[in-house]
Structure formats: C-alpha cells, structure tokens
Ligand binder design. Structure first.
Ligand code: FUC
Length: 840
C-alpha cells in the first residue's frame, strides 16, 4: 500500500518534487554480508546495521580502538650508514644493489584498527516477515528497518549522536506489548561480560598489544595480547542500557531481556583508554569506565525525542550546506520502485540515473560527517567501519594516496571542519617524524613514509627488510600531507591557522626535503633513493628495478610543498632566509620530462614500466592534487599527462578510478571523467583483492577497492566537484569539466579557494545562467566561465587582466587569461557580501 501511494505521489508531482524527498539508500531485504550493511557514525562511534529480522546484527566500532602502543623510537640505528652506499649504487647505475641496500633502512609495521564488537538482538517470531524494508536516510543520518510478522509491524531506528556521544537504538511494535527480545554483546578481542543492575549490560576488554598487518604471514602469533610493560594494548568498555519502558527488562550474563514492551530505547556507550599517540594506553591511559558511564548517564537523562532532535539539528547544520541537482532529474531511469541495489544494477548495465549520481555525491558527504568529526580521529582506510581483527592493510592511514584522498572533498564540499582530524594526525606524525628524519637519515625537519596509525608511526615500514622499498621506503608522506594544511588556508584564508598550525608543520616537512635533496652532478637537485608508488621499472638488463633517483612524483610533491611554503612564509612575512633557500632549490629541481611515448616520464630516466596499466598514477601528482601541471599553464606537460592516462587505461581499483576522475576533470575532459564515474559506480560484490580489472561499488554504496576502502567514495565525489568547480590555479572556474550528461543543473553551497562560497550555481545547456557568490574574507574574485555574464546588482564586473591580486590565488601565470572557450571576469568583494551574476 505504502509503495502504491508513493507511486501515485511520484506520478502526480513529478521528478522535481522528488528532489525535496529525503535522500535515502533503501533495500527490500536484510544485508547478506557486511558490504550490504548500512553505516552510521559520529566520528568516534560507528555501527554497521544489517537489518536482519529475528537476529539483528549491529557491528560496532570505536575510532580510537587500535592495537599496540606509542611508537618505539629509533628502531633501526644502523639505517643512516646505508644512505651513502645506496646513493653511490644509484649514481653508478646499480639499481639492484640500491634496492637491496634500501631494505636495510626499514623499521616496524604500523598497528591495526580494531573492531569493538557486535550487538545481536534476537526476537522470537513464529511466522515469516513480510513488508520488509530498510533504509539509511542520509538527509537525517538515521537508519530504519521495518517489517511485519505475526500480525505486528516492528520498527527499529538507529542513529549515532555526536552531541550526546551515544548510539541510540529504538525498537517498537505497532501493537501494545508485542515487543520481546534478547540483546547480547560480544567482541572479537579479549573481553569479559557484565550485567549492571536490571537494565544494563556491557563488557570490559583489552586490545592486542600488537597485531601484524594482514599481509604478513610469517609470524606464528600474528595477534599478541601479552604485554608486561603495560604500554601496549588499550582497555575498552561497552555499555548497553535499556531506558524505562512499558515491558519488563531483566539482565544476566547472557544479556538483556525485554518482554512484552511496546517501545524500547537502547543506549550504547563505548570508550577506550587511549590517551594520545605518545601515552602508554594502559598505565597512562584514560579511565575508560568513567568515560563510558559519563556519556551514558548524561544521555539517559534525555528522552528519545530530545536525543533525536539534538542529533538531527547538529547533523543538518553540516549536511544541509550543499545541495545538488543534475539534469533536473530529467533523465533518471530512477524508477522509484527500485531499491538502491537494483538502481545500481540498472545503472551498471547502462541506465541513466543522474539522481543516483546525486545520491552518491551526498552519500560521500554523509560519510565524511559520520567518520571524521572535528574532535575525533581522522578517517582511516575504512573510515571508522571495520569488523576484522586483522583488517586489510591494517585499516590504517596509508599516506601514499589513500588518506589524502579521504580529505579531497572536505573543503570544496563545505565540510571544512571535518578536515581538522587530519591536521591533528599530521601534528602527531610530525612529532614522531622528527625522530625518523634524524634517526634514519641524519636530517632535520620531519618525514613520514608509506603509512601511519593512531600512534603516528612514521618510520619506513617493511619489518626490517621484508617489505618492498617501492612502498615502504617512500619518504614523501609528510610532504604530501602538508599540502592539506595549506589547502585549508587557501580555502578559508584563515591566517591564524596558517601561522599557528599549518606553517610550522609545512616548514618542518620542507626542511626535511631541503636537506634530502642532493645535486645530481648535472646542475639539478634530486632525491635518492627515490620510488614512485607503486610501480617497478624495467632495467636495461631486463631485470626489475624498484629504487632509483628523482621520480616524477618526488619532484612534483617537493615542488608543490616548496611553492606552498614560499607563499605561506611571504604571507606571514617570516623566514626570509629559508624562503630564499627553497626558492633557489625549487629552480634547480630535476624538471618534468616528456617520455618517448609522449607521456609524462615516471622516472629519472625514460624506463619502461613493468606494469603499464598499474593502478597508481603517482607521476601525475603535479596535475592533481598538485597544481604544477595544467592545460592553461603548461599545455605541453598537460598533453603528456593526458597521454600517460591513455596509456595507463581506465582500469584499476576503486580509488584508482576515483583519482582518474580527478585527473580527467583537471584536463577539462568532462566526458572522460564521467565515463570513469560510471565505472566507479558499477555494482560489484567482489571480495578479495583484484588490482587491475576491479573497483566499483558495493550494494551499500561503499567503494570496492576491492575489498572495501572508503578512499574511493571520497575521491569519487571530489572528482564530481572538480567537474563542476575548480579553483586550484589563479581563478575560480565554473563548469570546468562538464559532461554531456550534466548539461543542466544546480548546485548550492560548494566552496572555492579564496574563502568564496558558491551560494548558488545554475546552468543550462552547459552555460552558466546564474551564479551567486558569497565572499567570507573579501578580495578580488576572478571567475572563469563558459559564457558571457553580467552583474546583477550594484558592483563593477570587468574583464580580467594581468595577475590576480588576490593573495590566495597565486600560481603560475595562465598563458591566456581569455581562452577561446571561456570568459574571465574580475570583481572586488567584501567579506560577508554576496554577488550575483547572470547570463548576458
Ligand atoms: C596502497 C595501495 C593499495 C591499497 C593500500 C591500502 O599501498 O597500493 O592498492 O590501497 O595502499
């Protein structure tokens, strides 16, 4: 009945009114596996909801729950002695020796992100459930499961409150006294169960002192709990309390038993003893029992309605900042009777559904709000959702692409606050990274390598020679992460942040790079050893080489960092000497080269790659997320970057496709970006790891690496933003890579660099019909658009000429300010004022 009234409503009111409907992922059956379960979270607490009927499963996470303890300093004191030997081997052309020596400069692997446990709710039914539906309403951040059985309709609502720091589960029956269930909680870690009075249960536990990455298979005991030092393995606690209801509630060690109720609200609270990256989580740990009870007691004083109201008004503050309409919903095959998995399936087999693309975009924003709250930890490889004790790649922070990708949509997607946890992580990594720079290389500043964890590990991983230098010994992690600090400044113009937080960290990363560079004897500065994650080259003798000199990625990242530090130190009027030094060094960096195939060369020499279709495209860093290569500023290098992408092909894992969307958008090829977006959204159920012909989207809209990795969700929507709006060069370019399928649309609330907010952008037939821009910090607004515009209102709009005077838009000069396909305008803005431009 509900379904038919929805159909009637839809046909009466048409697709436009569909826009006003809440955005939902919904399904006609319970989740059959984790990749069909639905994620909710508040940055610290995460839940995967399976929506099963008589045995519901809520898989639980707490974002600070990791194995291990603080980083052990100086794990490989001999490391620096190998550096001169490696460099000699490299300049002698002995790449094999260089590779084997580089292995001697490795340290420990990181620790793993651990699951908290499972809540199982058993309801005894006689009949078969009917009228089943479950959904995740991303407009309200609430999940609902509903079904009818034995003549009763049961509803379960779940949300995770950020203001109240609890998971709220409300179970109800539409007939009085028909709600009877048992709830029990288990953990895959070491734990003991408890019952507290008649309405509360829970467990206390201890995380492993160490967990090996899932790809390490040579240790007899990959998960270790024993730790006499009391410095490894944090404590954790979970509490589940039933609020007073009309039924009876009892507890015992088996769980919590509710009988003959009508509505019951369960509050779940969790905490760990994690007390910062440099504190022993056990003997110096926080009092997790006090924390868990504190959250629970405070929340229990509120009604369900009050908890829900506080949760939703908090969530709406962020989520509602952006809205999107693509093609006015004119081409959706979006048959409203199709569930999300069916819609993905229809889309994967060629159906058009711009509304599904919109849902995907907003789902990505939903995920960032749910897994990267300003006061919580940064989003890891799986955000905060993981059910494995030894998760894929430790579910850690892989910083040779993945962690950075998580944060690409933050600023443009108007979720700037949600970028902050990354800055906190960078601070911690810079702290251990200072020791790593000194102990591994004898250098100043700070550095980090392939991946890090909650303890801010920064050493080259690989377990003392067992890992491939290709990824383990890549020393550019700190330099790449630092880009995020400066980008936050470019978007917000927040000088206090630049002075107090960003600049000291950026400068430390630049100091390391400045000392890491060496002359190549040919007038250039190079890095050595150097790798390009994660491809291997063919040596002249036909063998494989991993380590070489001055890879294009190294040069791109250092060029980017130096540019940012030069701009930042000038903006802050500080460190003139250091600025002079790195300005001179930047001019001598080994330049980008165009290879024999017309591509952007990946290595110092024009080697062939062992895997021509490799998923990483590290050498295009300067195209995206860097700003050194662009069609408008370096047309020849941009053409070479295009050739590289053509040669690499469109295959790859989830994040690889997502990165390629961004690359093609930066090359202003909206149709190619769109082709990749469609591939990213291809429905898959694939498990395991398939590095070449894989990627796609699981039924719950999580990105398949495979297996699940959240980076592809975030990279994908960052790419969609880049198709509509780019501001990395010296202007704000609207509709920079518009595909044919998005000829008409509207977006509200995206942010551009320079502190500008796109209050509203409307376009028709590929042309901007109206744009409303609000300035938050003032300054010149230089706008690049595909058609002529006029000012609506009393402000002077002029054709742009010369350098953009706005200090947040420095950069390489754009060859021709007015290109044949775009118009470029300047208008002066004042902070807090709004400016409207309309089609002429
Ligand atoms: C890098 C990638 C893998 C994976 C892992 C987490 O090492 O090469 O594809 O994304 O990180």
């Amino acid at each position: 009945m509900r379904f038919f009234s929805f159909l009637l409503f839809y046909s009466l009111c048409g697709p436009l009114s569909l826009m006003a409907q809440p955005l939902k992922l919904w399904y006609k059956q319970p989740a059959r596996n984790w990749n069909e379960a639905l994620p909710v979270g508040n940055g610290r607490l995460g839940v995967m909801i399976f929506g099963k009927t008589n045995e519901e499963l809520l898989q639980l996470n707490e974002s600070t729950l990791w194995s291990g303890g603080p980083v052990k300093p100086n794990p490989n004191p001999d490391a620096p002695t190998y550096l001169p030997k490696i460099r000699k081997a490299l300049f002698d052309g002995d790449y094999e020796l260089a590779t084997s020596l580089t292995k001697k400069m490795q340290g420990r692997y990181t620790e793993s992100y651990e699951p908290l446990g499972d809540l199982v709710i058993r309801q005894p039914f006689n009949g078969q459930p009917t009228h089943y539906s479950r959904d995740l309403n991303i407009s309200d951040a609430t999940a609902t499961t509903r079904f009818t059985v034995d003549g009763v309709t049961y509803t379960r609502e779940v949300f995770v409150s950020a203001p109240d720091q609890v998971i709220v589960v409300r179970l109800s029956a539409d007939k009085p006294g028909r709600l009877t269930f048992d709830a029990s909680a288990t953990s895959p870690l070491h734990y003991t169960k408890h019952a507290f009075g008649s309405r509360e249960i829970g467990f206390n536990g201890k995380a492993p002192a160490h967990t090996d990455p899932n790809y390490v298979n040579y240790n007899p005991q990959p998960v270790i709990y024993d730790d006499r030092s009391q410095c490894n393995g944090m404590r954790f606690a979970l509490r589940i309390r039933a609020l007073p209801s009309d039924g009876t509630v009892t507890t015992d060690t088996a769980g919590l038993h509710v009988s003959k109720a009508t509505h019951v609200v369960l509050l779940l609270s969790a905490a760990t003893s994690f007390n910062g990256f440099d504190k022993c989580p056990d003997k110096e740990g926080k009092d997790e029992i006090k924390l868990v009870n504190g959250y629970l007691n405070a929340a229990a004083r509120k009604s369900f309605a009050a908890l829900k109201q506080a949760h939703q008004s908090d969530y709406h503050r962020y989520f509602n900042r952006v809205s999107l309409r693509l093609n006015d919903g004119k081409a959706p095959s979006a048959n409203p009777s199709l569930a999300t998995d069916e819609r993905l399936q229809a889309y994967s087999t060629g159906g058009n559904d711009t509304d599904l693309e919109r849902l995907y975009y907003q789902f990505g924003r939903y995920l960032l709000i749910s897994c990267s709250r300003p006061t919580a930890t940064a989003a890891n490889l799986q955000g905060i959702w993981n059910n494995h004790v030894r998760p894929p790649w430790s579910s850690n922070y892989t910083i040779n692409i993945n962690t950075e990708m998580n944060y690409w949509p933050a600023e443009v997607g108007n979720l700037s606050e949600f970028h902050r946890p990354l800055f906190e992580l960078i601070k911690d990594v810079a702290s251990t990274g200072k020791g790593t720079a000194k102990n591994f290389y004898g250098l100043g500043g700070w550095t980090a390598h392939h991946n890090t964890d909650i303890w801010a590990e920064s050493n080259p991983v690989g377990d003392f020679g067992k890992g491939s230098p290709l990824w383990a010994n890549w020393a550019m992690g700190g330099a790449w992460l630092s880009q995020h600090l400066y980008e936050h400044y470019r978007y917000t113009g927040d000088k206090t942040f630049l002075r107090e937080t960003a600049y000291p960290l950026m400068k430390g990363a630049a100091q390391f790079c400045s000392e890491w560079l060496i002359p190549d004897g040919d007038g250039h500065l190079v890095t050595a050893p150097s790798t390009t994650p994660e491809n291997v080259f063919v040596l002249p003798n036909g063998k494989k080489g991993e380590v070489s000199i001055a890879t294009t990625m190294d040069m791109g990242i250092i060029r980017d960092l130096f540019t940012n530090v030069i701009e930042a130190s000038a903006a802050l009027d500080t460190d003139a000497e250091f600025r002079k030094l790195i300005t001179e060094q930047k001019a001598k960096l080994y330049p980008f080269h165009i290879g024999k195939k017309g591509n952007l060369q990946e290595w110092y020499k024009d080697f062939d790659e062992v895997e021509p279709l490799h998923r990483h495209v590290s050498h295009l860093f300067a195209l995206h997320p860097g700003r050194q290569i662009a069609p408008l500023t370096t047309p020849e290098l941009a053409a070479a970057a295009r050739k590289t992408l053509e040669l690499r092909g469109d295959e790859g894992t989830g994040w690889s496709k997502a990165w390629k969307i961004n690359f093609w958008a930066r090359l202003n090829d909206g149709n190619h970006a769109y082709k990749l977006l469609r591939e990213l959204l291809k429905l898959t159920g694939m498990e395991g790891t398939n590095y070449s012909n894989a990627g796609g989207t699981y039924p719950n809209m999580f990105c398949a690496h495979p297996p699940f990795q959240i980076d592809g969700n975030f990279g994908g929507i960052a790419g969609m933003s880049e198709m509509l709006l780019q501001s990395h060069l010296t202007d704000i370019w609207l509709l920079a890579a518009l595909p044919d399928q998005w000829k008409t649309g509207q977006v509200k609330g995206l942010r551009a660099r320079g502190g500008f907010e796109l209050v509203e952008l409307n376009w028709q037939d590929g042309k901007v019909s109206k744009v409303v821009i609000r300035s938050t910090v003032g300054g010149n607004c230089r706008l690049r658009v595909p058609n002529t515009l006029k000012a609506s209102g009393n402000f002077a709009l002029k054709t742009a000429s010369g350098t953009n005077p706005n200090p947040l838009f420095q950069g390489e000069p754009v060859a021709a300010a007015q290109s044949t396909t775009t118009q470029v305008y300047d208008f002066m803005t004042q902070a807090g004022q709004t400016y409207t431009l309309v089609m002429q």
